[in-house]
Design a protein. Structure first.
Ligand code: FES
Length: 154
């Protein structure tokens, strides 16, 4: 058997690997205890608000699965997505102020603009742990115009 000292070393490849490794930004997912599963409104009727250092998070329990998104609607930075209208089949929540709507599983915009951050969730026994939100810049999308209203509801 060869000893390590006997193995040839490709110095160029080693230096390239070191360079690549030093440029990778470490992404540490720190989870924080948010609540108990039983504390989340049942049937996905609304969300539970969790206050983290860098964001206010809405936690939903829909069809047995827990989701966490920012509670802050990007339109006017209203902390109301936990109180929005939830479409459980389409996994969307509409902000109660002006109706901008986001996917609960991805945070993508469905109606309106922007998007909301989503946070990873771990359920351990009855405890809900959520990814601790990182600091982010918040700026309202308002006063961009709201979606056009229909002329009639025929
Ligand atoms: S603040 Fe949410 S839609 Fe306007």
């Amino acid at each position: 058997m060869k000893k390590n000292d006997d193995l040839p070393i490709d110095d160029d490849a080693l230096n390239e690997a070191r360079q690549t490794f030093s440029e990778v930004e470490p992404k540490l997912h720190t989870f924080v205890l948010a609540c108990k599963v039983k504390d989340i409104p049942k049937n996905g009727s609304r969300g539970k608000v969790i206050f983290c250092e860098h964001d206010e998070v809405a936690v939903y329990l829909i069809k047995g699965k827990v989701y966490a998104i920012s509670n802050i609607c990007p339109h006017q930075l209203s902390p109301l997505l936990s109180e929005g209208y939830i479409n459980k089949d389409e996994l969307t929540v509409a902000c109660p102020l002006h109706g901008w709507t986001y996917r609960i599983d991805t945070g993508a915009s469905v109606i309106g603009g922007g998007g909301v951050p989503t946070y990873a969730v771990k359920v351990i026994d009855d405890e809900v742990w959520i990814e601790d939100p990182a600091p982010r810049d918040l700026a309202p999308i308002w006063p961009d115009p709201l979606p056009d209203e229909p002329d009639s509801f025929d």
